[in-house]
Design a protein around this ligand. Structure first.
Ligand SMILES: Nc1ncnc2c1ncn2[C@@H]1O[C@H](COP(=O)(O)OP(=O)(O)O)[C@@H](O)[C@H]1O
Ligand SMILES: [Mg+2]
Length: 143
């Protein structure tokens, strides 16, 4: 078993469309553990830090204005191979390509507004969760 932590964020369209409960429910039913969670309004600075790898791309300005357009729900999700498992559960970046049964496949149609974010590697997970959570805000699960 390889226990990992990953950073997950329900984007403004997911919050506005009241998909928070549905998404949390899927994460819980999968058997993953939510070890930190908060609802925030992301500042432009934090949005640019989260998406630093996309700076300079044509969609970057649109991405920053979308992600700062409303509240988001940030989580740290823990479990066996949590990084790859969450990526599978969210589905492909373009929801038109995402398989039915995935979160994007079931709830989105637009490549820009695709409901949810999850880190794509353990290294990125560490970097991304540190933008939103202090170490003491991430709980140790008691068996
Ligand atoms: N071509 C695009 N047009 C508009 N928005 C995009 C495009 N590509 C990516 N995005 C937005 O930027 C986010 C980050 O892109 P990327 O890291 O490639 O995908 P993912 O979120 O699946 O890791 C996407 O989830 C989406 O919101
Ligand atoms: Mg990405």
């Amino acid at each position: 078993m390889v226990t990992q932590r990953t950073f997950v964020m329900i984007k403004p369209d997911g919050v506005k469309r009241k998909l928070v409960g549905e998404i949390i429910s899927r994460i819980e039913r999968k058997g993953l553990n939510i070890v930190a969670m908060k609802m925030v309004q992301i500042s432009r600075e934090r949005a640019e830090e989260l998406y630093a790898e996309h700076k300079g791309k044509s969609f970057f300005p649109e991405l920053i204005s979308y992600i700062t357009s409303g509240q988001v729900v940030c989580m740290v999700v823990e479990g066996d191979e949590a990084v790859a498992v969450m990526r599978k559960m969210i589905g492909a970046t373009d929801p038109k390509e995402a398989s039915p049964g995935t979160i994007r496949g079931d709830f989105a149609l637009s490549k820009g507004e695709n409901v949810i974010h999850a880190s794509d590697s353990e290294e990125k997970a560490r970097r991304e969760m540190s933008i939103f959570f202090r170490e003491e805000e991430i709980l140790e699960l008691k068996a």
